[in-house]
Design a binder for this molecule. Sequence first.
Ligand code: HEM
Length: 226
Amino acid sequence: MSSSKCSLCTFIKSSIGRKLVVALTGLALVLFLAGHLSGNLLIFAGAEVFDAYAEFLHSFLHGMGVWVARIGLLACFVIHIWFTVLLTRENKKARTPYMHEATVQASKSSRIMIWSGLTILAFVIFHLLHFTVRIDSDLAALGEASPWEMVIQGFQNPLVTIFYVIAMTLLCSHLSHGVASIFQTLGLRSKKTAGAIKFISCAYAFVIYVGFISIPLSIWLFGFGR
Ligand code: HEM
C-alpha cells in the first residue's frame, strides 16, 4: 500500500507525471467550456428556455449538483495552475546552453500560455463577481430576477463587454495551444496525426471563441433582448 503510494508520489513529481496532471485537468476544463457554452447559447432561445435551464442546473440532485460541479471545477483550476507553475520553474532550472534552439521555440509559446492563462484567471474571478456574487449594483438590484434578465443587463455596459471579448480572444489562443498539448501529452501526436491535431485544436478554439463572443456582442451591439 505504502509502496504504491510512494510510486504515485514519484510519478507525480516526475516531469511526465506533472504534464499528465496538467493535461487531464486541462481536458476537464476544456469539456466544461463546451458544456457551459452550449447552455449559454440557450439565451438565443429566449428567456423562458434559458431560465428553465438555469433552474434545472440549480435544482439538479436537490441543489447538490451545482456544488459538486463547483468543487470539481475549482479543484481542476487550482491543480492545473499549480502544476503548470511547478513545470515552468523546473524547465527554467533544467535549461542548458545545448538546449538553446529548442527552448527558444518552446518558451515562446509557453510565454503566451502563461499570459493568456493569467488573463483567464483574472476573467474567471471577474466573471464570478459579476454574475454569481453580483457586485454590479444594477445586477444586484435585480434580486432573484431571471438569469436571462441578469445576462442581458450585464452586457449593457460597454467596458464589461469589451473585457469579455478581450478575455475570450486570449482564451481562444490558450485553447488552440492547450488542446494540441493535451493530445501530445497523452501520446496521441505523431507525424501522421500532427496536422489533424492542429486542425482540431484551432477549430475547437474558434468555435468556443465565436460562440462565447456572440452573446455579449449581440446584446451590446445589436440590442438583443431589449
Ligand atoms: C459570454 C460568455 C459567458 C457568459 C454569458 C457566461 C454566463 C454565465 C452565467 C449566467 C453563469 C451563472 C451565474 C450564476 O447564476 O451563479 C456563469 C457561471 C460561471 N461561468 Fe460563465 N459565462 C461566460 C463565459 C465563461 C467562460 C469563458 C468561463 C471560463 C473560462 C466561465 C466560467 C464560469 C464559471 C466557473 C461559473 C460558475 C459556476 C457556478 O459557480 O455556478 N464562463 N456564467
